[in-house]
Design a protein around this ligand. Structure first.
Ligand code: ADP
Ligand code: MG
Length: 474
């Protein structure tokens, strides 16, 4: 997967100059983040970290990832409507994982009351790495699918131009012209706009449910601005605001500060630390409402690691997507080995297998947002400690994916410029809208490439480990 700029990679003067151009281009293009010291103010901002060079991505795998996205959209949507499947799959997990259990309780409560919501909007991002097989041929393997708060669809739409300019500065205009345009934020906004339209009240607003700490606001603003451009009003509120000022009328229409809310787009609510008792109450209020939640709680549960593991079991995909053999085959081709640690003989065998050879696996709890997985020696120690306890069922085990590293420079504010051995993760954004039983939109909305130095096993851009990148197809 050699990229055609190996010749300049070690030319220090050229790299220094390109990095200066790149940083200014990123600032001009809006590849921005608020600073760690002032995460809730835009007075001082910085560029979001990104690679100096685009990274080579095998075009066949890139196309494969796009081609399977609509299948994944249909799969997530099918899971979200399958109470029996969610109940059975998460039964062992919710016994030991309090967070998943609380989400599940809201899910059941909302179902018992009966859904007021009739329009459904899914925005997800399916993430992959390029696993290097024994013969060196890379294969597309899914890391996970994010069904809530999948981020960077905004900022990533700005990196292609930056990388194009870098290549031009380095005398690689032909290569620059081959960089693909990419604008997930537009696709996400089209989905939100469709859901808003189907909700059917022109005076209603779209509410972005945002975190207390909002460093990544510019990424969200990209989507917001696309909505304003379509004359759709957007408000930004936190769980706390919903708790204090949110209400439902008799028809369970949601009101915030006396404005009716058509769509709630969560960029928050996916980790335990997002919730205190009041925030849980706010979440319940939102879920009970008629507003289109993106995602509704069932779709959030469809994105759990435990569900991912269950999908890899023989026959599961066929049951969830009956009569769709080709879609099932496309989906299955992207799966790495996934194993249940449920109590029983099979789980005992899996635990022993991982303890004996920890470098071949990743141990994953039911958490999102990066930095939670366990690898190598740490994996072995933790698993040894919990191997005879039901606590092990709060984890799943996954084959470790091993991509071929490539050299690149990671540009980060206040960090020295140095070459690193890197690996990349490709994400494809999916958007779909369903009204009752009818799918009215099902699309792939663009891509995100994130790259990190190989010494970090885990962690995304927000966690300060990975940086934004642009694929260069080879
Ligand atoms: P999260 O929900 O925290 O983002 P992920 O499953 O995406 O959890 O894992 C976080 C990071 O850990 C990924 O971005 C990737 O870098 C690394 N990772 C996860 N699974 C694997 C795997 N099977 N093999 C290699 N690296 C992995
Ligand atoms: Mg992830």
């Amino acid at each position: 997967m050699a990229a055609p700029w190996e010749d300049v990679l070690r030319n220090e003067a050229a790299v220094q100059e390109a990095a200066r151009v790149a940083v200014d281009a990123a600032l001009l293009a809006g590849v921005l983040m608020r600073t760690e010291s002032e995460p809730n103010a835009s007075d001082v901002v910085n560029y979001a970290p990104f690679t100096l060079f685009p990274s080579a991505v095998p075009s066949a795998l890139f196309e494969q990832a796009y081609a399977v996205q609509q299948d994944f959209n249909l799969l997530v949507d099918a899971i979200s409507q399958n109470k029996e499947f969610l109940e059975r799959t998460l039964a062992s997990t919710i016994k030991v994982d309090d967070f998943t259990a609380r989400l599940f309780r809201i899910y059941m409560q909302v179902l018992e009351e009966g859904l007021a919501q009739s329009v459904f909007l899914g925005i997800n991002r399916s993430d992959y790495m390029f696993d290097c097989g024994v013969d060196g041929t890379p294969a597309l393997k899914q890391i996970e699918i994010n069904t809530i708060a999948a981020s960077f669809g905004g900022l990533t739409s700005r990196t292609a131009a930056v990388h194009g300019q870098v290549l031009k500065v380095l005398g690689k205009s032909k290569e620059a012209s081959r960089i693909l345009p990419n604008n997930p934020s537009k696709g996400l906004a089209l989905g939100i706009a469709k859901a808003w339209e189907l909700y059917g009240s022109t005076s209603a607003v779209v509410m972005f449910l945002v975190e207390e700490v909002q460093r990544n606001i510019f990424d969200q603003r990209c989507v917001e601005n696309e909505l304003w451009n379509r004359n759709i009003r957007v408000i930004r509120r936190r769980f706390r605001d919903v708790f204090e000022k949110g209400s439902l009328d008799d028809a369970r229409r949601l009101y915030m500060d006396s404005q009716e809310v058509a769509v709630v787009y969560y960029r928050e609510g996916y980790v335990p630390k997002n919730y205190d008792q009041q925030n849980w109450e706010a979440r319940l209020l939102l879920e009970r409402s008629r507003a289109v939640k993106c995602p509704d709680i069932a779709t959030q549960l469809a994105g759990t690691k435990k569900v991912q593991q269950e999908l890899s079991q023989p026959g599961t995909l066929e049951k969830l997507l009956p009569g769709s053999d080709e879609a099932v085959a496309r989906i299955r081709a992207t799966f790495a080995g996934l194993y249940s640690l449920d109590v029983g003989e099979e789980g005992d065998k899996i635990a022993a297998m991982a303890i004996a050879d920890p470098d071949q696996f990743v141990l994953k709890p039911q958490r999102e947002g990066g930095g939670n997985n366990l690898y190598g020696e740490e994996l072995r120690q933790v698993l040894e400690k919990i191997r005879d306890s039901p606590e092990r069922t709060s984890y799943i085990l996954m084959d470790k994916i091993k991509p071929q590293p490539a050299m690149n420079y990671l540009l980060r504010a206040h960090s020295p410029l140095q070459v690193s051995e890197c690996i990349s993760e490709l994400g494809i954004f999916g958007v779909y809208v369903r009204q009752g039983k009818e799918m009215v939109m099902n699309k792939a909305a663009g891509h995100l490439l994130r790259t990190k130095a190989i010494e970090h096993a885990d962690g995304g851009v927000a966690a300060g480990v990975a940086v934004l990148d642009t694929p260069y197809l080879v």
